[in-house]
Design a protein around this ligand. Structure first.
Ligand SMILES: Cc1cc2nc3c(=O)[nH]c(=O)nc-3n(C[C@H](O)[C@H](O)[C@H](O)COP(=O)(O)OP(=O)(O)OC[C@H]3O[C@@H](n4cnc5c(N)ncnc54)[C@H](O)[C@@H]3O)c2cc1C
Length: 788
């Protein structure tokens, strides 16, 4: 079977490949592939991809083998286990092509999900057999994904021993007799949209070339096949995005008896949702990476990060649960000020009108500051050291969620929405009730590009999933409604691709060869400030040591080699250190009059170990941080290290802007940290205050910044690109893009329920306030006249 170790070494060295893919044109079909012909067996393997574009999950591939080859196969991802495998053989004059999957070095079995369509140039002649196939839903699979825009190391396999039953597409077969790897710059292997679409439809030649009259055949190797005409199924509500906003919306709508479709571009997460990605030590216990709270820090250090949206430049979760399946799960009951007219919310949401929805959320999802199932707290040295520090500054030690409005000089144990020692959140609660109803349907691995509209009326949603509607189109029932819940980056992109937003963004879409032609006529473009008014907490880390601290190996061993007593305890009854994410203590303090009269709050989060990249890093800036982490870990004697992350929260006045680039990838156009001159002095003052009485705690030393640098110099030099807290809000702000019923202004039946509607940051990490906002928003939608 494929050698994982060999592959890893090759992938790391990059230059160690015996062969590197080059461009070639297959004379039979005119398709320009990137691939190789292996010099021993003379089998050709090639791939070509559509233009780099958000949501594309397909490619065209071919295997051309001498007739003597009993079977041949490929792993575009380069590994055998937990990867999409494609293989073929000749059965008489027919080529049998199938996709397989193996969760270990065992017999790969047929795998549902990919849609394989044989293209017309597939053939057998006297010397060769050739399999040319279109592979849809093929770049993301259970536990992995294919980066089609990078230099990669695909693998090939060859066998001189026939499969067990060549006439059976689902046949077993013996281990291959040879295998190899090569280097391929997939980022160069993207065709124009015109060429790719032509080839994918069975056409030949380039630049749009001629379409053959031969029909394509779709294989039935697995349960999924591409069917050109799937009957449209209309829904009352189509919700796009299974993050917290979308899950709560879909649950409440289905509870009200509406026929609901929830679309999610990613795959499963927790065990309950069908996820299976877990560390070796947790195998056999119905647990995944996404279930075990103590694996939170490994979200950022795994070699196989399929859960991030790979087309968004900041961290965003692209899997069932969205951010709540990968986040630290810090869960704060909103303050009354979080929903006030002073902070941009409508009066119908303010002055206590929102309290009902906070209560509804808490009933479904209570918070806990002692998530271990035995009720004990573990690894609490940081709480006690930072508590001592804050006591000296006049702070009170409280149970934070018992008194949400007490946020000035208050600290307490970190609170979470973990349930029974596992990740809880909306996935373990609201999604479960939704899934118990026959009027609710969820489709995963389904990317929604845009809504289809006639002027102000939305007719349906365009997706890439041809199994759920003709060409992936899903219509609405009469008076039906669409709710966008694709997150602060995802929902703006869908709006732009639907002709809604500022003209500079819509101009970018109109220049795109695939999505430009699908835009509504310019007269129907709706000009709204989508992407403006964006906030995220600027955050700065301070790193300390103190002799009593257990840094827990910087969380570096929890995946591969956890402390045996801790993993055993967790597996036994979900108790102990691993029943909690890394944070241990949170605190807040109000500041006014530092340079202006705005009241701003500082939030602190303290955790054992060196600061995790999650709180401080954009997706793109991680490499820089890795070098820091490596240096810290090299000093493994610093086993008494801990971090305080200080965030500026309520009252922040800086705003940024989110948009798309020419490849339609969402990203910050203007970073929202320290845009306004009033914010930076407050965080600087807050940092100085945190360390104002360091000497009062025995053995406490600050190492970043150390004593060679003033706090002013530290803040001044702090890399702005590492200030991201992953708490993005505001890109579809209420009363600016959506009205008080979260309806997109200028439309009849398009709504948004996600973090993008929040006009400013709440007091704490945002998903608590977002979930109560989702409860409120969906209640408003249900109460709105004229719906289905
Ligand atoms: C690393 C990290 C740590 C965090 N830590 C915390 C924390 O400890 N506490 C806290 O309160 N908050 C935290 N957050 C923030 C919190 O998770 C988010 O505020 C919250 O998840 C936002 O919810 P949402 O519904 O707006 O969108 P998301 O959670 O982003 O969900 C959007 C969903 O839509 C899907 N989607 C996107 N585009 C499409 C499309 N075109 N078609 C179909 N599906 C689509 C995505 O795959 C995703 O599942 C953290 C976030 C991150 C990334």
């Amino acid at each position: 079977m494929l050698s994982y170790i060999v592959l890893s070494i090759l992938a790391l060295t990059g230059s160690g490949f015996a062969q590197v893919a080059t461009e070639y044109v297959d004379p039979d079909n005119g398709i320009t592939f990137w691939g190789i012909t292996d010099p021993v067996h003379l089998v050709t393997h090639g791939y070509v991809f559509p233009p780099v574009s958000a949501g594309s999950t397909e490619f065209i591939g071919e295997i051309v083998a001498p007739i003597s080859a009993a079977w041949a196969g490929v792993s575009p991802g380069g590994e055998m286990v937990d990867n999409l495998l494609l293989m073929a053989w000749a059965n008489g004059n027919t080529v049998m092509g199938t996709n397989r999957f193996a969760t270990d070095y065992i017999q790969p079995v047929p795998y549902a999900g990919p849609i394989i369509t044989d293209l017309p140039s597939t053939k057998v002649n006297s010397t060769h057999w050739k399999w040319v196939y279109r592979c849809q839903n093929c770049t993301v699979w259970d536990g992995g994904s294919l980066n089609t825009n990078a230099f990669v190391a695909p693998a090939w396999v060859f066998s001189s021993i026939a499969v067990d039953d060549p006439s059976d597409i689902n046949t077993d077969f013996q281990e291959h007799t040879d295998f190899g790897f090569y280097g391929s710059n997939f980022s160069a292997a993207h065709a124009s949209a015109a060429d790719y679409n032509n080839w994918a439809a069975g056409g030949t030649g380039s630049s749009g070339g001629s379409t053959t009259t031969t029909t394509t055949t779709t294989t039935t190797t697995t349960t999924a096949t591409s069917s050109p005409t799937v009957a449209p199924t209309p829904y009352d509500y189509i919700v796009v995005g299974a993050g917290p906003g979308g899950i709560i919306a879909a649950d409440r709508l289905s509870e009200a008896g509406k026929k609901v479709l929830l679309l999610e571009r990613g795959g499963p997460s927790t065990w309950e949702t069908g996820g299976r990605y877990a560390p070796t030590w947790a195998q056999g216990h119905n647990l995944t990476k996404f279930d075990i709270p103590g694996l939170f820090e490994t979200m950022f250090t795994d070699s196989n990060e399929f859960w991030w949206c790979d087309d968004i430049t900041v961290f965003a979760g692209c899997l069932v649960g969205g951010g709540t399946s990968v986040n630290g799960a810090l869960y704060w009951i909103p303050t009354s000020d979080d929903f006030s007219t002073a902070t941009g919310w409508p009066s119908s949401w303010s002055n206590g009108a929102h309290d009902t929805y906070v209560n509804m959320m808490q009933q479904r999802l209570p918070s806990t500051d002692h998530p271990s199932t035995d009720g004990e707290r573990y690894l609490e040295q940081v709480s006690s050291v930072v508590g001592q520090l804050l006591n000296g500054q006049g702070y009170s030690n409280i149970t934070i969620n018992d008194n949400p409005n007490f946020k000035d000089h208050a600290y307490g144990y970190s609170a979470y929405d973990f349930v029974n020692g596992k990740r809880g959140g909306p996935v373990a609660t609201y999604l479960q009730t939704a899934q118990s109803r026959s009027n609710f349907q969820m489709e995963i691995y389904t990317y929604a590009s845009n809504v289809v509209r006639n002027g102000s009326t939305i007719l349906g949603v365009q997706t890439n999933n041809t199994a759920i509607g003709p060409n992936g189109y899903v219509p609405l029932n009469p008076n039906g409604r669409v709710i966008l819940s694709a997150g602060s980056y995802g929902s703006p992109r869908i709006l732009f691709l639907s002709g809604i937003g500022p003209s500079d963004m819509l101009d970018i879409v109109s220049n795109d060869p695939t999505y430009g032609p699908q835009l509504p006529p310019q007269a129907d473009w709706i000009d709204l400030p989508v992407g403006y008014n964006v906030s995220d907490n600027p955050s700065i880390n301070l790193v300390f040591t103190q002799p009593s601290i257990d840094a827990y190996n910087n969380w570096a061993t929890v995946w591969a080699d956890p402390r045996p007593a801790d993993s055993a305890q967790y597996l036994e009854n979900q108790s102990g250190v691993l029943a909690q994410a890394s944070p241990r203590l949170n605190f807040w303090r109000a500041y006014g009059g530092v340079t202006d009269n705005v009241i701003r709050y500082l939030q602190g989060t303290a955790r054992p170990g060196a600061a995790s990249i999650n709180t401080t890093m954009t997706y793109n800036a991680r490499q820089v941080w890795f070098s820091f982490i490596v240096r810290v870990k090299a000093h493994s004697r610093i086993s008494t290290i801990f971090t305080i992350t200080a965030y500026l929260s309520t009252g922040i006045t800086s705003r940024g802007r989110i948009g798309i680039d020419a490849s339609l990838r969402p990203q910050p156009l203007i970073d929202p940290w320290f845009e306004d001159p009033g914010d930076e002095p407050v965080i600087l003052q807050g940092l100085k205050d945190i360390v104002s009485n360091l000497d009062s705690v025995p053995g406490l030393t600050m190492i970043t910044p150390d004593d060679t640098m003033t706090m002013e110099e530290y803040v001044n030099l702090y890399d702005r690109s590492t200030m991201d807290s992953n708490h993005w809000v505001g890109s579809n702000s209420i009363l600016q893009v959506v009205d008080e019923n979260v309806k997109v202004m200028g439309t009849d039946n398009l709504f948004v329920i996600d973090a993008s509607i929040m006009p400013r940051l709440p007091m704490g990490n945002p998903h608590g306030a977002l979930m109560s906002a989702a409860e409120h928003a969906v209640a408003n939608i249900l109460a709105l006249q004229g719906g289905p």
